[in-house]
Design a protein around this ligand. Structure first.
Ligand code: SF4
Length: 419
């Protein structure tokens, strides 16, 4: 069975909701960002709640001497702010003594530090003057200001003004990606003759790319609004493209980058045709499980729109509702017209109402956070934990089938359990 897809018009209606939300705060971004930048450390200035959140989100990783920690605000810190700044200086001094490998230190704000207006920018400035060889930056991952993946945006936005300047022409890919994906794209662009290729963030603090008027950048993730704005303020130019999910998304993403660097279509096809054909062939397996099934997205990571586009167009699924915490129309300009017109697009959340819509629609698969998954499973609805989509390498041609496999797995499990 295949779906007839109508191209949705650009000004398609969006249901905007405000109410009770069921999302992670931006602190969770630390879990993947600390693995990406190998000599960075993330020091959350927060409460025990923040420490517990990180421990549960990072799972077993906390036993592997991770490069993040929480400086817990005690009651006496809350009583007098000057004291909290001194405490922070002492904590950082102790940390840097114990971990001399740290080159980049992020002070990460939380709800408690925001509420008492603890000035982390000032603290970063002071600490930079005190410690040579370590760059100290700050950003907020608080739940008041950020949801889930916006923590990565806030982190990269803290880095953007710090990047060295250069107007040399280059292609920059923005967004934390698995190294295997970066390596594949380096090979593909090298085959097209594009060697001036850089990634933000780089793997090490000292290797961050220089940017300027010659930089053209592709967003590998849809949640990088603030980072993109700051890169543009430094003269870099955004290249509109589909996000690199699925065979179609990956091809269009790479094509946009290639065109911006002056690569002709024939050379582009020559370099990418094999990877695209492999991805399409590999998708046949998971597609057989997904085709014709109805999928409902709760808002979580801002990846929902490109994911729904991929599932509809390449796996034959029918998105019922596509919920996103935040809809950036300009960055999703290529994606939105490709969504099936029948899908309801919603931004923000009133979780009770959304649950009512979900239960009434009886979708075959619900993509949601951990807090909703088990209760929905109990009602007989198959679910997919959205957090896995952020932790697993899913971008690029070679990962297209793995991405579809993540959605197919809950169906396989359900079939196995049905005896
Ligand atoms: S930053 Fe705010 S929302 Fe996040 S864990 Fe701390 S208190 Fe909770």
């Amino acid at each position: 069975m295949s779906l007839a897809l109508e191209a949705g018009c650009e000004a398609r209606p969006v249901l905007r909701e405000r109410g009770q939300r069921e999302v992670f705060c931006g602190l969770t971004g630390i879990v993947w960002m600390h693995r990406k930048i190998r000599d960075a450390f993330f020091l959350v200035v927060g409460s025990r709640t923040c420490a517990h959140l990180l421990q549960s989100a990072a799972g077993v990783m906390i036993f592997a001497e991770p490069r993040f920690a929480t400086a817990i605000l005690e009651e006496r810190d809350l009583a007098g702010l000057a004291d909290a700044q001194e405490e922070l200086d002492r904590t950082v001094a102790r940390l840097l003594e114990r971990r001399p490998d740290i080159r980049l230190l992020f002070l990460v704000g939380s709800c408690p530090s925001e509420v008492i207006k603890l000035d982390l920018a000032k603290a970063a400035q002071r600490l930079n003057a005190r410690f040579a060889g370590v760059r100290v930056l700050n950003y907020s991952g608080s739940g008041i200001e950020t949801t889930f993946t916006q923590g990565e945006d806030a982190c990269l936005a803290a880095l953007a003004p710090e990047l060295p300047g250069s107007d040399a022409p280059q292609l920059l890919i923005v967004g934390a990606l698995a190294e295997v994906v970066e390596d594949q794209w380096r090979r593909l662009f090298a085959a097209m003759g594009v060697h001036r290729l850089a990634f933000l963030p780089a793997r090490r603090a000292g290797e961050m790319p220089a940017i300027g008027a010659g930089t053209r950048f592709l967003l590998a993730q849809p949640f990088l609004a603030e980072t993109a704005r700051l890169l543009e303020s430094r003269g870099a130019r955004h290249i509109p493209a589909l996000f690199p999910l699925g065979a179609e998304g990956s091809t269009e993403f790479l094509r946009a980058g290639a065109q911006a660097m002056g690569v002709g279509e024939a050379r582009f096809r020559e370099a990418t045709a094999l990877a695209e054909a492999r991805a399409k062939a590999a998708l046949a397996g998971p597609r057989a499980r997904l085709e014709g099934r109805r999928v409902f997205f709760f808002p979580d990571s801002q990846l929902e729109v490109p994911m729904a586009r991929f599932l509809a167009r390449e796996c034959g699924m029918e998105p019922v509702e596509i919920g996103t915490p935040y809809l950036h129309r300009a960055h999703l300009a290529r994606e939105l017209p490709l969504l099936p017109a029948s899908a309801l697009l919603s931004e923000g959340q009133d979780v009770e109402r959304q649950l009512d819509r979900c239960l009434a629609a009886r979708p075959d698969l619900v993509v949601c956070g951990l807090g909703l998954a088990n209760p929905l499973e109990r009602q007989g609805i198959t679910t997919k934990w959205s957090i896995e989509l952020v932790f697993t390498p899913v971008q690029g041609h070679d990962q297209a089938a793995d991405l579809a496999g993540l959605y197919a797995r809950p169906f396989a499990r359900r079939e196995m359990l049905r005896v």
